[in-house]
Ligand binder design. Structure first.
Ligand code: ATP
Ligand code: MG
Length: 120
């Protein structure tokens, strides 16, 4: 087929602070990658669990509320997406989050029937 089919499709999956979501959305729009899926998640990174007390009962905090942002790109380099999210979500404190990049095998736009990078 055409050269167009050599374009790689990547999934950028980021875990960020919920209060950074609007900055992240804006940064993605600014680099021309406005499409995204957002999910509220709970998770943990590398910090050990913290113990607390509430009404005399001890509890353990080992999961934190985060937002998962998934962004599939074909024409925008995944590195640019990672950089935009990283800058927008950065505070410098522990728990700022992480960004992973995964290969995407195929894509299909339901309305048009387009496939591959053109469907993204
Ligand atoms: N290796 C991982 N696998 C899956 N999810 C992860 C991983 N690392 C981080 N996450 C997700 O990202 C969120 C934020 O992670 P976090 O920023 O605390 O990572 P960290 O490695 O502890 O870095 P920091 O020292 O800056 O806190 C976690 O709550 C979890 O949802
Ligand atoms: Mg952490």
């Amino acid at each position: 087929m055409s050269d167009a089919d050599d374009r790689e499709i990547k999934l950028v999956m980021a875990f960020v602070r919920p209060d950074k979501l609007s900055d992240v959305k804006q940064a993605l729009a600014e680099i021309g990658a406005p499409s995204l899926t957002v999910t509220n998640v709970s998770g943990r990174g590398s910090q050990p669990a913290k113990k607390g007390q509430w009404r005399g009962e001890e509890y353990t905090v080992d999961l934190h509320q985060k937002v998962k942002v998934e962004c599939v790109v074909a024409d925008i380099p995944a590195d640019d997406v990672v950089e935009a999210i990283g800058e927008a979500a950065h505070t410098g404190e522990k728990g700022d989050g992480k960004v992973f990049v995964l290969p995407v095998e195929s894509a299909y736009q339901i309305r048009t029937g387009k496939t591959g990078p053109d469907a993204v």
